[in-house]
Design a protein around this ligand. Sequence first.
Ligand code: ASP
Length: 454
Amino acid sequence: MSQSDKSGPGKARHRASRFVCKFGGSSLSGADQLRKVRAIIEADARRSIIVPSAPGKRDSTDTKITDLLYLCHHAASLGADYSASFDQIVERFTGIESDLQIAPFIAQHLEHFRHEMARGVSADYAASRGEHFCGLLLANWLDAEFIEPADCIVISPNGLVDSQTWELLGAKLADRSKRYVIPGFYGRDADGQVRTFSRGGSDVSGAVAARAAEADLYENWTDVSGLLMADPRIVENPRPMKEVTYAEIRELSYMGASVLHEEAMAPVREVGIPVNIRNTNAPEHPGTRIVAQLSPEEVATTQIAGVAGKTSFAMITVGKNLMNREVGFVYRLLGIFEHRGIPFEHCPSSIDSVSVIVESSWLEGQAEQILEEIHRTLEADEVDFVPQIALIAIVGEEMAHTPGVAARVFSALSTSGINVRLINQGASELNIIVGVGPEDYPAAVRAIYGAFVA
Ligand code: ASP
Protein backbone atom coordinates (compact mmCIF):
# COMPACT_ATOMS: atom_id res chain seq x y z
CA MET A 1 0.00 0.00 0.00
CA SER A 2 1.38 3.39 -0.88
CA GLN A 3 1.72 5.54 2.20
CA SER A 4 0.70 8.69 0.45
CA ASP A 5 -2.73 7.10 -0.14
CA LYS A 6 -3.29 6.99 3.58
CA SER A 7 -1.45 9.95 4.92
CA GLY A 8 -0.14 13.26 3.76
CA PRO A 9 -0.55 16.93 4.28
CA GLY A 10 -3.30 17.15 1.66
CA LYS A 11 -5.84 15.67 4.05
CA ALA A 12 -4.83 17.97 6.87
CA ARG A 13 -6.25 21.01 5.09
CA HIS A 14 -9.72 20.72 6.61
CA ARG A 15 -8.55 19.80 10.09
CA ALA A 16 -7.07 21.58 13.04
CA SER A 17 -3.40 22.04 12.48
CA ARG A 18 -1.04 20.22 14.86
CA PHE A 19 2.65 19.76 15.47
CA VAL A 20 4.73 16.87 16.72
CA CYS A 21 7.38 18.08 19.19
CA LYS A 22 10.28 15.79 19.90
CA PHE A 23 12.47 16.77 22.84
CA GLY A 24 16.01 15.41 23.06
CA GLY A 25 17.78 14.17 26.19
CA SER A 26 19.40 17.50 27.04
CA SER A 27 15.94 19.14 27.00
CA LEU A 28 14.77 16.62 29.60
CA SER A 29 17.83 16.21 31.79
CA GLY A 30 16.27 17.68 34.92
CA ALA A 31 13.22 19.46 36.35
CA ASP A 32 14.37 22.92 35.17
CA GLN A 33 14.64 21.68 31.61
CA LEU A 34 11.20 20.08 31.86
CA ARG A 35 9.78 23.43 32.93
CA LYS A 36 11.16 24.96 29.73
CA VAL A 37 9.59 22.12 27.77
CA ARG A 38 6.22 22.79 29.36
CA ALA A 39 6.43 26.51 28.59
CA ILE A 40 7.21 25.70 24.95
CA ILE A 41 4.28 23.32 24.67
CA GLU A 42 1.88 25.72 26.32
CA ALA A 43 2.99 28.62 24.11
CA ASP A 44 1.27 27.09 21.06
CA ALA A 45 -1.88 24.96 21.15
CA ARG A 46 -0.78 23.20 17.96
CA ARG A 47 2.05 21.49 19.89
CA SER A 48 -0.14 18.56 20.78
CA ILE A 49 1.95 15.43 20.19
CA ILE A 50 5.00 15.23 22.43
CA VAL A 51 7.78 12.69 21.83
CA PRO A 52 10.38 12.60 24.63
CA SER A 53 13.85 11.06 24.70
CA ALA A 54 15.24 9.71 27.96
CA PRO A 55 16.83 12.25 30.34
CA GLY A 56 20.31 13.12 29.08
CA LYS A 57 23.39 14.55 30.76
CA ARG A 58 22.96 17.49 33.14
CA ASP A 59 26.63 18.38 32.76
CA SER A 60 29.74 16.90 31.18
CA THR A 61 30.39 14.58 34.14
CA ASP A 62 26.89 13.11 34.13
CA THR A 63 25.72 9.86 32.48
CA LYS A 64 22.73 9.60 30.15
CA ILE A 65 19.90 7.45 31.48
CA THR A 66 20.04 5.27 28.35
CA ASP A 67 23.74 4.59 28.94
CA LEU A 68 23.00 3.63 32.56
CA LEU A 69 20.30 1.25 31.37
CA TYR A 70 22.65 -0.46 28.91
CA LEU A 71 25.23 -0.65 31.68
CA CYS A 72 22.78 -2.34 34.07
CA HIS A 73 21.70 -4.77 31.41
CA HIS A 74 25.27 -5.67 30.54
CA ALA A 75 26.18 -6.20 34.20
CA ALA A 76 23.04 -8.28 34.73
CA SER A 77 23.94 -10.49 31.77
CA LEU A 78 27.32 -11.17 33.40
CA GLY A 79 25.71 -11.86 36.75
CA ALA A 80 27.43 -8.77 38.20
CA ASP A 81 25.97 -6.31 40.69
CA TYR A 82 24.31 -3.31 39.02
CA SER A 83 22.41 -1.90 41.98
CA ALA A 84 24.46 1.34 42.16
CA SER A 85 23.68 2.25 38.53
CA PHE A 86 20.07 1.21 38.96
CA ASP A 87 19.78 3.42 42.04
CA GLN A 88 21.12 6.34 40.01
CA ILE A 89 18.31 5.82 37.51
CA VAL A 90 15.72 5.67 40.29
CA GLU A 91 17.13 8.83 41.89
CA ARG A 92 17.02 10.74 38.64
CA PHE A 93 13.37 9.96 37.92
CA THR A 94 12.12 10.34 41.48
CA GLY A 95 14.15 13.57 41.78
CA ILE A 96 12.45 15.04 38.74
CA GLU A 97 9.06 13.88 40.01
CA SER A 98 9.44 15.48 43.41
CA ASP A 99 10.98 18.68 42.04
CA LEU A 100 7.99 19.10 39.75
CA GLN A 101 5.63 18.30 42.65
CA ILE A 102 3.99 15.46 40.80
CA ALA A 103 2.07 13.12 43.14
CA PRO A 104 4.51 10.20 43.55
CA PHE A 105 3.88 7.26 41.25
CA ILE A 106 7.09 6.62 39.30
CA ALA A 107 8.97 4.70 42.05
CA GLN A 108 6.40 1.93 41.77
CA HIS A 109 7.09 1.53 38.04
CA LEU A 110 10.83 1.56 38.67
CA GLU A 111 10.56 -1.13 41.35
CA HIS A 112 8.53 -3.30 39.00
CA PHE A 113 11.27 -2.84 36.41
CA ARG A 114 13.93 -3.77 39.00
CA HIS A 115 12.19 -7.12 39.40
CA GLU A 116 11.91 -7.57 35.64
CA MET A 117 15.66 -6.91 35.30
CA ALA A 118 16.41 -9.45 37.99
CA ARG A 119 14.38 -12.06 36.11
CA GLY A 120 16.06 -11.14 32.80
CA VAL A 121 14.97 -8.82 29.99
CA SER A 122 16.33 -8.04 26.54
CA ALA A 123 18.82 -5.19 26.05
CA ASP A 124 16.24 -3.37 23.93
CA TYR A 125 13.61 -3.63 26.63
CA ALA A 126 16.03 -2.34 29.28
CA ALA A 127 17.17 0.58 27.09
CA SER A 128 13.60 1.53 26.19
CA ARG A 129 12.68 2.20 29.83
CA GLY A 130 14.41 5.59 29.83
CA GLU A 131 11.95 6.96 27.29
CA HIS A 132 9.11 4.95 28.82
CA PHE A 133 9.44 6.41 32.33
CA CYS A 134 10.17 9.89 30.99
CA GLY A 135 6.99 9.64 28.90
CA LEU A 136 4.95 8.53 31.91
CA LEU A 137 6.20 11.47 33.97
CA LEU A 138 5.57 14.00 31.21
CA ALA A 139 2.09 12.68 30.40
CA ASN A 140 1.15 12.85 34.06
CA TRP A 141 2.56 16.34 34.53
CA LEU A 142 1.07 17.75 31.33
CA ASP A 143 -2.21 15.93 31.82
CA ALA A 144 -1.82 14.34 28.41
CA GLU A 145 -2.78 10.89 27.13
CA PHE A 146 0.11 8.42 27.28
CA ILE A 147 0.52 6.29 24.14
CA GLU A 148 2.49 3.05 24.51
CA PRO A 149 4.77 2.73 21.45
CA ALA A 150 4.93 -1.04 21.79
CA ASP A 151 1.21 -1.09 20.92
CA CYS A 152 1.47 0.84 17.70
CA ILE A 153 5.01 1.30 16.31
CA VAL A 154 6.18 -1.80 14.49
CA ILE A 155 9.90 -2.10 13.77
CA SER A 156 11.04 -4.44 10.98
CA PRO A 157 13.97 -6.86 11.33
CA ASN A 158 16.18 -4.31 9.49
CA GLY A 159 15.52 -1.77 12.26
CA LEU A 160 13.33 0.51 10.13
CA VAL A 161 9.71 1.31 10.72
CA ASP A 162 7.17 -1.13 9.29
CA SER A 163 4.31 0.36 7.24
CA GLN A 164 1.64 -1.19 9.54
CA THR A 165 2.60 1.61 11.90
CA TRP A 166 0.85 4.35 9.95
CA GLU A 167 -2.59 2.95 10.55
CA LEU A 168 -1.97 1.62 14.06
CA LEU A 169 -0.40 4.82 15.35
CA GLY A 170 -2.63 7.06 13.24
CA ALA A 171 -5.67 5.56 14.99
CA LYS A 172 -4.15 6.16 18.45
CA LEU A 173 -3.44 9.80 17.61
CA ALA A 174 -6.75 10.42 15.84
CA ASP A 175 -8.27 13.03 18.14
CA ARG A 176 -6.95 16.41 17.05
CA SER A 177 -8.29 18.14 20.13
CA LYS A 178 -6.20 16.01 22.51
CA ARG A 179 -2.63 16.26 23.76
CA TYR A 180 -0.61 13.06 23.56
CA VAL A 181 2.75 11.92 24.89
CA ILE A 182 4.41 9.03 23.09
CA PRO A 183 7.90 7.97 24.23
CA GLY A 184 10.63 7.97 21.60
CA PHE A 185 13.20 5.33 20.63
CA TYR A 186 11.13 2.15 20.72
CA GLY A 187 8.23 0.12 19.43
CA ARG A 188 7.83 -3.60 18.98
CA ASP A 189 8.90 -6.26 16.55
CA ALA A 190 6.63 -8.58 14.58
CA ASP A 191 6.51 -10.97 17.57
CA GLY A 192 5.35 -8.27 19.95
CA GLN A 193 8.69 -7.90 21.77
CA VAL A 194 9.93 -4.42 22.63
CA ARG A 195 12.47 -3.27 20.06
CA THR A 196 14.43 -0.02 19.85
CA PHE A 197 15.56 1.96 16.85
CA SER A 198 19.33 2.51 16.69
CA ARG A 199 20.93 4.99 19.11
CA GLY A 200 19.53 8.49 18.88
CA GLY A 201 16.36 6.94 17.49
CA SER A 202 13.87 9.23 19.23
CA ASP A 203 14.36 11.48 16.21
CA VAL A 204 12.96 8.62 14.14
CA SER A 205 10.01 8.17 16.51
CA GLY A 206 9.19 11.87 16.16
CA ALA A 207 9.20 11.60 12.38
CA VAL A 208 7.08 8.45 12.53
CA ALA A 209 4.55 10.15 14.82
CA ALA A 210 4.44 13.21 12.54
CA ARG A 211 3.64 11.08 9.54
CA ALA A 212 1.11 8.82 11.27
CA ALA A 213 -0.66 11.84 12.76
CA GLU A 214 -0.59 13.74 9.46
CA ALA A 215 1.02 16.58 11.37
CA ASP A 216 1.68 19.95 9.77
CA LEU A 217 5.13 20.30 11.27
CA TYR A 218 7.71 18.17 13.03
CA GLU A 219 9.50 20.30 15.62
CA ASN A 220 12.74 18.74 16.81
CA TRP A 221 13.77 20.50 20.04
CA THR A 222 17.42 20.17 20.94
CA ASP A 223 20.19 22.30 22.48
CA VAL A 224 21.37 24.23 19.42
CA SER A 225 19.58 26.97 17.49
CA GLY A 226 19.34 25.04 14.26
CA LEU A 227 21.99 23.93 11.84
CA LEU A 228 25.10 25.84 10.92
CA MET A 229 26.53 26.37 7.44
CA ALA A 230 29.90 24.90 8.48
CA ASP A 231 31.54 23.07 11.36
CA PRO A 232 32.02 25.60 14.21
CA ARG A 233 35.21 23.80 15.24
CA ILE A 234 36.74 24.92 11.94
CA VAL A 235 34.92 28.11 10.97
CA GLU A 236 34.45 30.80 13.59
CA ASN A 237 30.79 31.61 14.18
CA PRO A 238 29.35 30.02 11.05
CA ARG A 239 26.02 31.41 9.91
CA PRO A 240 22.92 29.42 10.93
CA MET A 241 20.78 28.05 8.12
CA LYS A 242 17.25 29.42 8.01
CA GLU A 243 15.94 26.97 5.49
CA VAL A 244 17.42 23.90 3.87
CA THR A 245 15.91 21.14 1.74
CA TYR A 246 15.65 17.45 2.65
CA ALA A 247 18.04 16.65 -0.20
CA GLU A 248 20.62 19.19 0.98
CA ILE A 249 20.45 17.82 4.51
CA ARG A 250 21.03 14.32 3.19
CA GLU A 251 24.21 15.48 1.43
CA LEU A 252 25.47 17.47 4.41
CA SER A 253 24.86 14.73 6.94
CA TYR A 254 26.47 12.17 4.67
CA MET A 255 29.57 14.34 4.87
CA GLY A 256 29.53 14.31 8.63
CA ALA A 257 27.45 17.34 9.58
CA SER A 258 25.57 15.98 12.57
CA VAL A 259 21.98 16.82 12.12
CA LEU A 260 19.13 14.45 12.75
CA HIS A 261 19.32 10.70 13.02
CA GLU A 262 20.01 9.36 9.50
CA GLU A 263 16.70 7.51 9.33
CA ALA A 264 14.58 10.34 10.67
CA MET A 265 14.15 12.17 7.41
CA ALA A 266 12.52 9.46 5.30
CA PRO A 267 9.09 9.25 7.00
CA VAL A 268 8.49 13.00 6.81
CA ARG A 269 10.21 13.56 3.50
CA GLU A 270 8.01 11.03 1.73
CA VAL A 271 4.87 12.99 2.62
CA GLY A 272 6.40 16.48 2.65
CA ILE A 273 6.03 17.37 6.34
CA PRO A 274 8.51 20.15 7.15
CA VAL A 275 10.93 19.77 10.06
CA ASN A 276 11.95 22.64 12.31
CA ILE A 277 15.09 22.22 14.43
CA ARG A 278 14.67 24.40 17.55
CA ASN A 279 16.55 25.17 20.74
CA THR A 280 14.81 24.43 24.06
CA ASN A 281 17.22 26.85 25.75
CA ALA A 282 16.48 29.67 23.26
CA PRO A 283 12.86 29.11 22.20
CA GLU A 284 12.58 32.58 20.64
CA HIS A 285 15.12 31.57 17.96
CA PRO A 286 13.36 30.37 14.79
CA GLY A 287 15.95 27.62 14.21
CA THR A 288 16.30 25.84 10.88
CA ARG A 289 13.43 24.64 8.70
CA ILE A 290 13.94 21.55 6.58
CA VAL A 291 11.57 21.64 3.62
CA ALA A 292 10.95 20.04 0.24
CA GLN A 293 11.43 23.32 -1.64
CA LEU A 294 13.14 26.53 -0.62
CA SER A 295 11.01 29.67 -0.29
CA PRO A 296 11.62 32.48 -2.82
CA GLU A 297 13.26 34.62 -0.09
CA GLU A 298 15.71 31.84 0.71
CA VAL A 299 16.50 31.32 -2.97
CA ALA A 300 17.15 35.04 -3.35
CA THR A 301 19.58 35.17 -0.44
CA THR A 302 21.55 31.94 -0.48
CA GLN A 303 23.76 30.35 -3.08
CA ILE A 304 24.83 27.39 -1.06
CA ALA A 305 23.27 25.61 1.90
CA GLY A 306 26.53 24.72 3.58
CA VAL A 307 29.97 23.14 3.51
CA ALA A 308 30.80 19.85 5.21
CA GLY A 309 33.54 17.31 4.95
CA LYS A 310 35.46 14.41 6.40
CA THR A 311 39.10 13.42 6.42
CA SER A 312 38.45 9.71 6.72
CA PHE A 313 38.54 8.60 3.09
CA ALA A 314 41.09 6.60 1.12
CA MET A 315 41.48 6.60 -2.66
CA ILE A 316 42.68 3.92 -5.03
CA THR A 317 43.36 5.11 -8.58
CA VAL A 318 43.72 2.60 -11.37
CA GLY A 319 45.28 3.55 -14.70
CA LYS A 320 45.21 1.47 -17.86
CA ASN A 321 45.80 2.48 -21.43
CA LEU A 322 42.62 2.27 -23.57
CA MET A 323 40.51 1.57 -20.47
CA ASN A 324 37.62 3.38 -22.16
CA ARG A 325 37.39 0.60 -24.76
CA GLU A 326 37.42 -2.23 -22.25
CA VAL A 327 33.82 -3.19 -21.60
CA GLY A 328 33.13 -4.05 -17.93
CA PHE A 329 36.38 -2.66 -16.52
CA VAL A 330 34.74 -0.58 -13.78
CA TYR A 331 32.28 -3.41 -13.11
CA ARG A 332 35.16 -5.80 -12.43
CA LEU A 333 37.02 -3.21 -10.36
CA LEU A 334 34.01 -2.54 -8.14
CA GLY A 335 33.40 -6.29 -7.94
CA ILE A 336 36.67 -6.61 -6.02
CA PHE A 337 35.24 -4.31 -3.37
CA GLU A 338 31.84 -5.93 -3.48
CA HIS A 339 33.22 -9.41 -2.78
CA ARG A 340 34.84 -8.08 0.35
CA GLY A 341 31.67 -6.31 1.46
CA ILE A 342 33.27 -2.85 1.13
CA PRO A 343 30.89 -0.06 0.10
CA PHE A 344 32.36 2.57 -2.20
CA GLU A 345 31.54 6.24 -1.80
CA HIS A 346 32.57 7.83 -5.10
CA CYS A 347 34.04 6.72 -8.34
CA PRO A 348 35.42 9.67 -10.37
CA SER A 349 36.93 8.72 -13.72
CA SER A 350 38.87 10.01 -16.71
CA ILE A 351 39.50 8.36 -20.08
CA ASP A 352 42.21 5.95 -18.94
CA SER A 353 41.90 6.05 -15.17
CA VAL A 354 39.30 5.57 -12.53
CA SER A 355 39.43 6.17 -8.78
CA VAL A 356 37.50 4.39 -6.08
CA ILE A 357 36.98 6.30 -2.86
CA VAL A 358 36.06 4.40 0.27
CA GLU A 359 35.95 5.09 4.01
CA SER A 360 39.52 4.27 5.02
CA SER A 361 38.47 2.09 7.97
CA TRP A 362 37.21 -0.51 5.47
CA LEU A 363 40.71 -1.05 4.14
CA GLU A 364 42.37 -1.76 7.47
CA GLY A 365 44.42 -4.94 7.22
CA GLN A 366 43.47 -5.62 3.60
CA ALA A 367 44.72 -2.67 1.51
CA GLU A 368 47.76 -4.58 0.24
CA GLN A 369 45.71 -7.58 -0.88
CA ILE A 370 43.16 -5.38 -2.65
CA LEU A 371 45.87 -3.49 -4.56
CA GLU A 372 47.48 -6.76 -5.56
CA GLU A 373 44.15 -8.20 -6.72
CA ILE A 374 43.45 -5.09 -8.81
CA HIS A 375 46.87 -5.31 -10.45
CA ARG A 376 46.52 -8.99 -11.18
CA THR A 377 42.92 -9.34 -12.30
CA LEU A 378 42.59 -6.08 -14.21
CA GLU A 379 46.10 -6.05 -15.65
CA ALA A 380 46.35 -2.39 -14.70
CA ASP A 381 49.31 -0.26 -15.81
CA GLU A 382 49.29 1.63 -12.52
CA VAL A 383 47.58 1.35 -9.18
CA ASP A 384 48.04 4.31 -6.90
CA PHE A 385 46.97 4.29 -3.28
CA VAL A 386 46.29 7.41 -1.19
CA PRO A 387 45.60 6.15 2.35
CA GLN A 388 44.02 9.38 3.58
CA ILE A 389 42.21 12.07 1.67
CA ALA A 390 39.72 14.69 2.84
CA LEU A 391 36.54 15.28 0.88
CA ILE A 392 34.62 18.53 1.16
CA ALA A 393 31.08 18.88 -0.15
CA ILE A 394 29.72 22.26 -1.14
CA VAL A 395 25.99 21.67 -1.08
CA GLY A 396 23.15 23.75 -2.51
CA GLU A 397 20.00 23.16 -4.56
CA GLU A 398 20.48 26.51 -6.22
CA MET A 399 23.93 25.71 -7.57
CA ALA A 400 22.47 24.29 -10.75
CA HIS A 401 20.90 27.67 -11.58
CA THR A 402 23.77 29.85 -10.42
CA PRO A 403 26.72 30.34 -12.74
CA GLY A 404 30.11 30.76 -11.16
CA VAL A 405 29.73 28.64 -8.00
CA ALA A 406 32.51 26.28 -9.05
CA ALA A 407 34.68 29.22 -10.09
CA ARG A 408 34.34 30.73 -6.64
CA VAL A 409 35.23 27.45 -4.94
CA PHE A 410 38.34 26.90 -7.00
CA SER A 411 39.57 30.47 -6.96
CA ALA A 412 39.22 30.50 -3.14
CA LEU A 413 41.25 27.30 -2.92
CA SER A 414 43.88 28.55 -5.30
CA THR A 415 44.21 31.89 -3.47
CA SER A 416 44.84 29.91 -0.29
CA GLY A 417 47.47 27.82 -2.04
CA ILE A 418 45.54 24.57 -1.64
CA ASN A 419 46.12 21.79 -4.10
CA VAL A 420 42.90 20.10 -5.29
CA ARG A 421 43.36 16.34 -5.63
CA LEU A 422 40.00 15.52 -7.15
CA ILE A 423 36.73 17.09 -8.22
CA ASN A 424 33.39 15.37 -8.39
CA GLN A 425 30.14 17.05 -9.34
CA GLY A 426 27.02 14.94 -9.25
CA ALA A 427 24.70 15.21 -12.25
CA SER A 428 22.00 16.56 -9.92
CA GLU A 429 24.24 19.59 -9.35
CA LEU A 430 23.27 19.47 -5.70
CA ASN A 431 26.88 19.40 -4.68
CA ILE A 432 30.46 19.83 -5.73
CA ILE A 433 32.92 17.55 -3.98
CA VAL A 434 36.59 18.42 -3.80
CA GLY A 435 39.32 16.21 -2.42
CA VAL A 436 42.31 17.75 -0.65
CA GLY A 437 45.16 16.44 1.47
CA PRO A 438 44.11 15.96 5.12
CA GLU A 439 46.60 18.62 6.21
CA ASP A 440 44.81 21.18 3.99
CA TYR A 441 41.32 20.28 5.17
CA PRO A 442 40.62 23.04 7.74
CA ALA A 443 42.09 25.79 5.57
CA ALA A 444 40.12 24.54 2.57
CA VAL A 445 36.81 24.56 4.47
CA ARG A 446 37.50 28.09 5.71
CA ALA A 447 38.45 29.30 2.23
CA ILE A 448 35.33 27.84 0.63
CA TYR A 449 33.00 29.10 3.36
CA GLY A 450 34.60 32.54 3.11
CA ALA A 451 33.96 32.60 -0.63
CA PHE A 452 30.20 32.49 -0.06
CA VAL A 453 29.65 34.15 3.28
CA ALA A 454 31.08 37.61 3.71
N1 ASP B 1 17.81 7.67 24.46
C1 ASP B 1 18.23 7.07 23.24
C2 ASP B 1 19.71 7.24 23.06
O1 ASP B 1 20.38 7.76 23.93
C3 ASP B 1 17.46 7.57 22.07
C4 ASP B 1 17.48 9.05 21.86
O2 ASP B 1 17.78 9.81 22.77
O3 ASP B 1 17.18 9.49 20.75
O4 ASP B 1 20.24 6.80 22.07
